[in-house]
Design a protein around this ligand. Structure first.
Ligand code: ATP
Length: 226
């Protein structure tokens, strides 16, 4: 990995599989916040959870690589899948900060994931060590973010509407940016369900990912106890 980049986005997830909804988030966020790089970090999942519903770490990572191949600023990271243990954001964040010691880190996530933040290990330390970019997702109003955290944290939140100049507001660090965007109504769960029913998933994932899923029989209705 190269060093001395200024603004790095971390986009973590199960990516089971990565889909066009994820890509739209990364593309819009990287443009709006002028990020130099976004690291896509598939999480580790214990082997007993793998099978029909959860593809192996190597398959999920490969699909991420295929999906982001056209985009020079996107990079697949093995930081979590390489470690056979529960993935905690604080641990990943500390590791990224060591690698990119001179960078500003932005944690990218959907509002549905942000609503769970109080369950994260050392969530206040995470909030203190990087800025957050919380994006809208169909079915989850962005305003819900304001009731999740206690008042001192709420003061760090701001809605990034079109009138906001990023270079001005980011002088304050860390912050929690609420970014309203036209997210796609796509979920990995829906894609797995379609595969199970034997339905096509075209348009929901990049073509290369669709090809990989079909060729490798992932999430297939023919697999029973795999
Ligand atoms: P599943 O349906 O299996 O729960 P998912 O589609 O939510 O999966 P994840 O890999 O769990 O995908 O999501 C990783 C991150 O991407 C999370 O922060 C999530 O909020 C965000 N995200 C996923 N899909 C979208 C979408 N369509 N629009 C905006 N954010 C999304």
């Amino acid at each position: 990995m190269e060093k001395s980049l200024k603004k790095i986005g971390l986009f973590g997830g199960t990516f089971n599989p990565i889909h066009n909804g994820h890509l739209k988030v990364a593309l819009e966020v990287s443009q709006r916040f002028q990020l130099d790089k976004i690291l896509f970090i598939p999480c580790y999942l214990p082997p007993h959870k793998s099978g029909q519903e959860i593809a192996s770490a190597s398959d999920r990572l490969r699909m991420v690589e295929l999906a982001i191949a056209p985009f020079a600023r996107f990079e697949a990271s093995t930081l979590e899948v390489d470690r056979p243990e529960t993935s905690y954001s604080i641990v990943t964040l500390e590791r990224v900060k060591k690698i990119y010691s001179d960078a500003r880190i932005y944690f990218i996530l959907g509002i549905d994931a942000f609503l769970e933040i109080k369950t994260w290990r050392e969530y206040e330390r995470v909030l203190n060590s990087c800025s957050f970019i919380v994006v809208s997702r169909p079915g989850f109003p962005l305003e819900q973010a304001e009731v999740v955290l206690d008042p001192p944290w709420r003061e760090k939140m701001m809605v990034v509407g079109p009138e906001i100049k990023i270079e001005e507001v980011e002088r304050d660090f860390p912050r929690i940016y609420l970014f309203p965007m036209n997210s796609l109504n796509i979920s990995a769960k829906e894609i797995r369900a379609k595969r199970k029913r034997g339905e096509p998933i075209s348009g929901l994932v990049p073509e290369a990912v669709e090809k990989y899923i079909v060729e490798n029989n992932l999430y297939n209705h023919h697999q029973e106890n795999d």
